[in-house]
Design a protein around this ligand. Structure first.
Ligand code: TPP
Length: 549
């Protein structure tokens, strides 16, 4: 079969339903072929980081791979940071990058867009992708393509597929259908028994869900397990939408000492008092653990992972977290006594019948939360990096997209396109003025493709998170700029608000006008959330302790 048909068939098999990109001469022949087949919608953005953020968001929200099509060198290398984020946050992203044809290479001329060498693109991507393949041999191309897509899907990590300009002429082998490899039953049973023994000795176990639970669709199986064993369930900061916010065992996100609205207990306190913390697919990173290394590893911590789990001096392969939770539930292990106060369900500090309380980012998110919980439909919440990321902890969205670990600014606006494309849902975006200045020029693309998010632009006139970490820096204030004019010029309906009541009516007005994009600018100078303040203090303290160790 022709290369383009193989590519389309393989992308479809692994669940990829959209492609985002920016053209360049090395990929034009492939783009032409894709366009002529008209099977996979292609969405253009203005800047390569945005291409990857949009594809990343499409993959996160669909729970399936999404593709970014970039030209050789100048295009692909421009996307590296965004791919790095997808790598560490376990996003199945397929990067298809252009490459020169054999004929061009044989001319022995330096090639435009080439960095230090022809292989620089691949070498750079080796640091941010799980596998890199170059499809320059018609005989091997099909197998290499399958290997890359299988790796992307099974590891939930980005891969690089270099497609030479002339690959469109390849005739390739058709491949047999893909089947997931499952853990042998006896191996899984051994793991279940080992975990069960450890659980039986514990008086106060806690389940801590990490991002792999979300990426590998193990949330429901874990919720059932927690319910059956009567064990409290927490999430890490990155995985906070992995568990249903009103699940009776859910006690919130472990990030700081704040008590979440749905619990009488602090997540931190539960972990402190626990004698067995079971990590499920947790990335042991500084965001969660810098200030609490005792919850990351050691005697009372058991780490379980999708794929390979090292446990009780053994290595278990092909672990599927969902299957493992189901198998543990099926064991009908004894229920644990309730050693912690019950979760009290979803509550809010906001009483909709009363005038809105004070005005800061926390109140703003709580007001949005009250509005969104009244909607029958899921409303994805997308947060950028800045104070909004911490304030967004006060929302209980069942779909939440936020790169809370790698934390690259500029994610949210292109991500709204990815979410629109993959779910068709209307989203709410939280973005600071600094992050808006990075990717706000993609609003025109959202408009072009009919996305209708409500974008809350938190304008505090500065890089306030920087200010929180390092007060008094001269570079933190941002230049005065009419951000709403920039938004309006790209097709957004705009409003501004400088108090809670004003915001609420602006939000309701926007909500009642679906089908077009809205930007509400809120003035929040010196209204930083308590959580960002606390996090910055503890993070700086945790890092300086490590430095002096
Ligand atoms: N560059 C990238 C791509 N990502 C980053 N996280 C940073 C730099 C470091 N950084 C983290 S937050 C921040 C910066 C520069 C400022 C965010 O400013 P803004 O979007 O206005 O939000 P605010 O902090 O004011 O709430």
């Amino acid at each position: 079969m022709r290369f383009v048909d193989l590519l389309l068939a393989e992308l479809q098999q692994f669940g990829c339903k959209s492609m985002f990109g920016i053209p360049g001469d090395f990929i034009l022949p492939l783009l032409q072929e894709l366009q002529s087949r008209n099977q996979l919608p292609f969405y253009s953005l203005n800047h390569e980081p945005s291409v990857v953020y949009a594809a990343d968001a499409a993959a996160r929200s669909a729970g399936a791979p999404s593709a970014a099509l970039l030209t050789y060198g100048a295009g692909a290398l421009n996307a590296v940071n965004a791919v790095a984020q997808a790598y560490v946050e376990r996003v199945p992203l397929i990067v298809i990058a252009g490459f020169p044809s054999r004929h061009e290479i044989d001319r022995e001329l330096a090639i435009h867009h080439q960095a230090k060498s022809l292989d620089s693109q691949r070498r750079v991507f080796a640091e941010v992708t799980e596998l890199q393949v170059r499809l320059d041999d018609p005989v091997r191309a099909a197998g290499q393509l399958r290997a890359a897509l299988q790796c992307c899907y099974e590891q939930s990590r980005p891969v690089l597929i270099e497609v030479p300009r002339d690959a469109i002429h390849f005739q390739c082998l058709q491949l047999p259908p893909y089947h997931t490899s499952r853990m042998p039953t006896h191996e899984q049973q051994l793991l279940v028994e080992t975990i069960a023994k450890r659980l039986a000795k514990a008086q106060r176990p806690v389940l801590l869900a990490g991002i792999e639970v979300q990426r590998f669709a193990a949330g429901e199986a874990l919720e059932n397990l927690a319910l059956q064993l009567n064990i409290p369930l927490l999430t890490t900061f990155l995985a906070r939408a992995a568990i249903a916010p009103d699940h009776p065992c859910f006690h919130g996100t472990f990030i700081d000492h704040d008590r979440p609205a749905n619990s009488q207990t602090h997540p931190h306190q539960l972990l402190q008092e626990s004698d067995l913390i079971i990590h499920l697919g947790v990335i042991v990173n500084d965001t969660n653990f810098a200030a609490y290394p005792e919850f990351a590893k050691g005697e009372k911590v058991m780490q379980l992972h999708q794929g390979i789990t090292h446990f009780a001096e053994r290595r278990f392969y092909d672990v599927q977290l969902a299957d493992l939770c189901q198998a543990l539930t099926a064991e009908h292990l004894p229920r644990h006594h309730s050693w912690y106060p019950e979760a009290i369900g979803r509550t809010s500090n906001i009483d909709p019948t009363q005038p809105a309380p004070g005005w800061d980012t926390t109140t703003l998110v709580e007001l949005i939360d009250v509005e969104l919980t009244q909607q029958a439909e899921t409303v994805p919440l997308i947060s950028d990096i800045g104070d909004c990321l911490f304030a967004s902890l006060h929302a209980h969205a069942s779909q939440l997209l936020a790169p809370a670990y790698y934390a690259s600014m500029g994610y949210s606006i292109p991500a709204a396109l990815g979410v629109h494309v993959s779910t068709g849902l209307r989203s709410v975006v939280l973005v600071g003025d600094g992050a808006f200045l990075m990717t706000g020029l993609e609003l025109g693309r959202l408009h072009q493709y009919g996305a209708d998010p409500i974008i809350i632009l938190l304008n505090n006139g500065s890089w306030d998170m920087i200010e929180a970490f390092s007060p008094g820096l001269d570079c933190a204030p941002l230049p005065a700029c009419d951000l709403l004019a920039i938004a309006a010029a790209q097709g957004a309906r705009t409003q501004s608000a400088s108090c809670a009541d004003g915001f609420l009516s602006a939000f309701q007005k926007a909500w009642n006008e679906p089908g077009c994009m809205h930007v509400i600018e809120v003035q929040l100078k010196q209204r930083r959330s308590r959580r960002l303040q606390g996090f910055a203090e503890r993070f700086v303290q945790g890092s300086s302790l490590q430095m002096s160790d």
